[in-house]
Design a protein around this ligand. Structure first.
Ligand SMILES: Cc1cc2nc3c(=O)[nH]c(=O)nc-3n(C[C@H](O)[C@H](O)[C@H](O)COP(=O)(O)OP(=O)(O)OC[C@H]3O[C@@H](n4cnc5c(N)ncnc54)[C@H](O)[C@@H]3O)c2cc1C
Length: 437
């Protein structure tokens, strides 16, 4: 260990709301907070907004198409750009462009290539509170002061850095869901390979066909249901075919090793398809691999409420609901099996449409910390259902609106203000505008 000498850190900005991480949840939160009149910034470690939808190259919106609020706006604005959504999959470049335009329109500041690595805490009368987050970038170390912080890092980094209680992995085994590196491929028209392109019908025939082909070529994929998601019929696809096991998102070395292994696997898979006896695969090209490994599961920060497996089974509703979810439990195999029937499971849990209460987005231990997206308060099984874009986006929207409302009224996050916020919106709009279900 080395000891860093004490030094002063420049304050790069002072905001009402600091959004930590600009994925789907963070971008929705930032836009909602900006529109609510709060001075807002998004701090993002990658070079674009959108998280898994863009830099992670997995833009398939599960349990979101047909919902209202910002999700509807997103779909409508993509349509206005003539950017097609095929089987719930949208074009990542259009999402990048649109998210930046929407932030601009909502007067949200955006800072890219800036990773949050630390927090400065104050002990206030209402417990521990975050004074500033500390970032590292080409500009060096900088401090960002805020009234409210929203952890949208997916992994719960701000909660971890603040010393919050954070849950990880399966309670029985401690294992987290595997990661996958996604990619974009193309060059083979859809009508030449429909039997290999994921149709999203619930049957897995096309993915099994592709896995069987890889087995025949002597290159079985680590994700045993390799998937081609159609982007456009001319022949552009999102491709997901790898599982990297036991990768801790909090270990940059492990994430690096997994990324390199996955990228090698993808490259070699495409080469194997190119060499297939079936000539249809010859023109297939690897257009790009994602900039970042797709992490399904990180830390889940303890909130005022924890969404549990009983909640999702029983379809529990809440007065302070920020959105509702009906997505199935999706637990990807936490160990390699080589068997396509074991690629993922629902854990034997049948989901009844349930609510995410705003309390699950409020930290139990840090008084000015909210969460949205993957890192909200929930157990392993509930997370395996709500960890989808149709959850992340409305959660972000709800957290951003709530944050702006708190700042405007000089309130603090609590069960009481959460309920009042939802009720206020009911009164003002004749319906709960943060409900999307
Ligand atoms: C391989 C894979 C496939 C998936 N498939 C689907 C699917 O088909 N459909 C679906 O609906 N959902 C799918 N999901 C789930 C989807 O990823 C989540 O719904 C979504 O990522 C949650 O959004 P988020 O904003 O919480 O997290 P993320 O998308 O992970 O966004 C977090 C953002 O925070 C940034 N960040 C993280 N740490 C820091 C830091 N310390 N400082 C600054 N910035 C930081 C990241 O760069 C990122 O932009 C999939 C997930 C994976 C991994």
């Amino acid at each position: 260990m080395l000891t860093e000498p004490e030094r002063s850190i420049p304050v790069a900005g002072e905001y009402d709301v600091v959004i930590c991480g600009g994925g789907p949840a963070g971008t929705a939160a930032a836009i909602a907070a900006g529109r609510g009149g709060a001075k807002t910034i998004v701090l993002e470690s990658q070079g674009c907004l959108g998280g898994i939808m863009t830099s992670g190259m997995m833009p398939k919106i599960i349990n979101g198409i047909g919902k209202g609020g910002f999700l509807k706006e997103l779909v409508d604005r993509l349509a206005a750009l003539k950017s097609e959504i095929v089987n719930d999959v949208c074009d990542p470049e259009s999402v990048k462009y649109l998210f930046e335009r929407l932030c601009e329109e909502s007067r949200v500041d955006v800072r890219y290539h800036t990773g949050i690595c630390h927090v400065l805490l104050d002990d206030g009368h209402d417990g521990s509170r975050i004074r500033a987050v500390i970032t590292e970038s080409k500009s060096g170390r900088e401090a960002w002061i805020g009234k409210l912080f929203v952890d949208c890092t997916g992994d719960g980094d701000i909660g971890r850095f603040s010393g919050c209680s954070v849950d990880f992995g399966n309670p029985e085994t401690g294992r987290m869901q595997p990661s996958s590196l996604c990619a974009m491929v193309g060059g083979v028209p859809y009508d030449r390979i429909p039997e290999f392109v994921h149709q999203g019908t619930g049957k897995e025939d096309e993915r099994r066909n592709l896995f069987a082909l890889f087995e025949k070529l002597g290159k079985p994929t680590s994700y045993t249901l390799p998937s081609l998601f159609l982007l456009d019929k001319a022949g552009r696809y999102i491709y997901m075919s790898t599982h990297q096991y036991d990768v801790s998102p909090f270990d940059a070395g492990a994430v690096t090793d997994a990324t390199i292994a996955a990228r090698k696997e993808i490259y070699e898979q495409i080469r194997a398809l190119n060499g297939s006896p079936d000539e249809v695969w010859r023109p297939l090209k690897l257009y790009a691999t994602a900039d970042r490994l797709g992490i399904r599961e990180g830390g889940r920060i303890k909130g005022l409420y924890t969404v549990t497996v009983d909640d999702i089974r029983e379809g529990r509703r809440h007065e302070d609901a920020v959105c509702s979810i009906s997505a199935a439990v999706d637990i990807h195999a936490t160990r390699p099996s080589g068997d396509s029937k074991k690629a993922f499971s629902d854990g034997g849990i049948e989901v009844s449409t349930y609510d995410i209460p705003l309390r699950a987005l409020i930290s139990k231990e840090v008084s000015n910390l909210l969460m949205a997206g993957r890192c909200i308060s929930g157990d392993f099984y509930a997370h395996a259902s709500y960890r989808i874009l149709g959850g992340a986006v409305p959660m972000g929207e709800g957290a951003g609106k709530y944050a702006a409302w708190l700042v405007k009224n000089n309130f603090v996050p609590s069960a009481g203000t959460a309920l009042e916020f939802v009720r206020t919106h009911k009164t003002q709009n004749g319906e709960q505008e943060v409900f999307h279900g």
